[in-house]
Design a protein around this ligand. Structure first.
Ligand code: SF4
Ligand code: MSK
Length: 631
């Protein structure tokens, strides 16, 4: 068995970043570290969430002397409104991504650029949506499923269809509390309306709408995005991959796909496998084409193709600083606008593809479903032709690289559990062996570690420390997003990482044949975690709030993360945050998110910027749940 020595430590990652920083300086390029320096200390009013610019009488900010804005809104109203707007923006981002994917499903044809890859999942979804399937062409079914899915955004009446997948106790509670999610666009619009000048000033009402808007993301937009992506590109299965900057190849044409929406990256990955393009790469003196993924796009293409993952959020500039990237193709979300000027310091072609993410200085190629394959092929040709423009003096590929095992959607987890006992009870499968292991104490509980990395803290350090401590304490981890990428870079996302586990967790991993950290996908795939926890609650016969299972976002940064945190809490799962939300200026709002929501949905936030303190709180929280269950 491998040991600690086989890991890549945070110090080793930092050493690489420092070397790449020297390259940046030599190339006259600026990086995020430079910008952090000139942006700190941050504006205190913004940090505390008590600056309002919702109308042109302002901006107003709350101080010891000025306790209200010009309209009379106080700190609680302003912080609460800002917070709700953040949730609305996060919900819009995940959900609009899902809407795009539904349009791709609507464009599918048997001989088209996009096809249906998981027919069984499509048929299951058709049944759930009430779409007739008997005697129909699968593509007619796909198009009608897409239409029904698109109605989830704007239907005038009714609730999110997928919310019915939640256990009854949750649905009853949402109904009782008036937070059962309606149409996605309606929740977003209501949030923006409520926070317009002259509307809601009551902090609790704002927080409640935040819970509801979050739910329309988790059990709406994100879940739709995940399901439809599986139908289009295949439900992930367990695969081997690798991660970190060492996946870039000196002798190959390197193409990086970055962002979130896999419609673009899937096409690039597929086109790169074409013989004509491989041959073209060889004709320019390269050994072939090396496509690697960054951020959540990396998760998407890794778990469906085994494509290697070059890094997470804060590594996006490092990737270009290696000097060997012929082309970076981006779609939407988490893309630094700074990449355009950074790419210009090297030979890299920086290609944007979506009207949602237009960046000055980029090469803009608007990606369309009808011409997707031709566009992907042309881009790859351009990248190949760019190989000759590399500057040998600017090349530095760090050696850091770790093996990874990816692709554990709920279906794969159930499949592996089925291998232990024959407990498959119905078409949904069963998590009973996992329930039994937790009840017996072999596993103390489970934690979903998700989210970004963030220069407000030592990047990646919290993820790393928290993961190691949880594994040591026999707590199984599921991971998505850039947290999963950190596990990859560190060498924790593979079977060999069992050395880091306590005896109980190691036994479970051996028995079920799983690694101790299960890769569940991109940040949109936290919807998979919702279904996992919901399935465990169903098999246990308790509400989700009773389970020794929690969510952690040690280094979150995006508005999407705030929306996610709200749907996770509303789904009865406590959330532990390592970065403070920007609302410390209101004691009432702070109290509402840490304590108040516990009275509404039975779960809330615990916030601690010290990783050691945070992981202790997580373990204490899990043990307290166990004690309450009498196990
Ligand atoms: Fe100021 Fe009220 Fe206008 Fe906000 S809405 S800017 S607090 S006057
Ligand atoms: S990419 S939202 S930095 S997880 Fe999903 Fe990573 Fe966070 Fe973006």
């Amino acid at each position: 068995m491998k040991t600690l020595e086989n890991m890549t430590t945070i110090e080793q990652m930092e050493e690489v970043t420092a070397k790449l920083k020297e390259r940046a300086v030599a190339a006259g390029a600026e990086t995020y570290e430079d910008r952090v320096k000139v942006q700190t200390p941050h504006c205190k009013f913004g940090e505390d969430g008590i600056c309002c610019k919702n109308c042109s009488m302002g901006p107003c900010r709350i101080t010891a002397k000025a306790k209200r804005g010009i309209c009379g809104a106080d700190a609680d109203a302003i912080a609460g409104r800002n917070y709700l707007r953040t949730i609305a923006a996060g919900t819009a981002s995940h959900s609009d991504h899902a809407r795009e994917i539904l349009h791709v499903l609507h464009s599918t044809k048997r001989d088209g650029n996009y096809q249906v890859r998981d027919e069984a999942k499509l048929l299951r979804l058709a049944k759930e949506y009430g779409v007739k399937t008997e005697g129909r062409d699968i593509y007619d079914v796909a198009h009608e499923v897409a239409e029904v899915g698109l109605m989830e955004f704007g239907k005038p009446w009714g609730h999110q269809v997928f919310a019915k997948r939640a256990i009854k106790s949750r649905q009853d509670l949402w109904e009782k509390e008036g937070i059962y999610p309606r149409a996605i666009d309606r929740e977003i619009a209501t949030s923006l309306h409520m926070t317009h000048m002259g509307n809601t000033a009551d902090a609790e009402a704002l927080i409640r709408q935040g819970l509801r808007t979050g739910l329309s993301n988790g059990w709406g937009g994100s879940m739709i995005g995940t399901e439809i992506t599986d139908i289009l590109f295949g439900t992930p299965i367990v695969r081997k991959s690798e991660g970190d900057l060492g996946t870039l190849e000196k002798d190959m044409v390197n193409i990086v796909v970055h962002g979130h929406d896999p419609a673009f990256s899937e096409m690039v990955v597929t086109a790169c496998e074409l013989k004509e393009l491989q041959d073209r790469a060889k004709s320019v003196g390269a050994k072939g084409i090396n496509v690697v993924g960054l951020c959540c796009t990396a998760n998407e293409v890794a778990m469906r193709h085994g494509v290697r993952m070059v890094g997470n959020f804060l590594q996006q500039e490092n990737v270009l600083l290696t000097g060997v990237v012929e082309m970076m193709c981006v779609d939407v979300q988490c893309i630094f606008p700074a990449l355009a000027s950074l790419a210009a310091c090297f030979h890299t072609q920086f290609v944007t593809s979506s009207p949602i993410a237009r960046i000055p200085g980029s090469i803009y190629v608007e990606f369309k479903t009808e011409t997707a394959m031709d566009q992907a092929k042309q881009l790859i040709k351009n990248a190949i032709d760019n190989f000759k423009n590399r500057d040998p003096g600017k090349i530095y590929i760090p050696a850091n690289k770790q093996p990874a095992v990816v692709g554990y959607p709920c279906e794969e987890i159930i499949h592996h559990l089925d291998g232990v006992t024959n407990s498959h009870v119905d078409e949904l499968g069963s998590y009973r062996p996992a329930v039994d292991a937790i009840k017996a104490g072999v596993l103390r509980g489970a934690v979903g570690i998700v989210g970004c990395n963030n220069p407000r803290v030592r990047p990646d350090y919290s993820h790393f420390e928290i993961m190691k401590e949880l594994l040591r304490n026999d707590i199984l981890i599921v991971a998505t997003g850039c947290a999963a990428q950190l596990a990859t870079k560190a060498g924790l996302l593979n079977f060999e990482a069992k050395w880091a586990c306590g005896d109980g967790l190691r036994r479970v991993c051996d028995l079920v044949n799983i690694p101790p950290i299960l890769h569940m996908g991109a940040c949109v795939d936290i919807s998979r975690i919702l279904l996992l926890v919901n399935g465990i609650a169903r098999d246990w016969g308790v509400d989700t709030t009773a389970l020794p299972i929690v969510g952690v976002a040690p280094e979150w940064m995006s508005e999407k993360a705030v929306s996610i945190a709200n749907y996770v809490v509303s789904s009865g799962i406590d959330v532990y945050l390592g970065i403070e939300p920007q609302l410390k200026g209101s004691a009432q709002v702070w109290d509402l998110i840490t304590q108040g929501t516990r009275k509404i949905v039975g779960a809330g936030f615990t916030i601690n910027t010290d990783p050691k303190g945070l992981v202790k709180a997580i373990i204490d929280g899990i043990e307290a749940k166990r004690a309450a269950l009498g196990i």
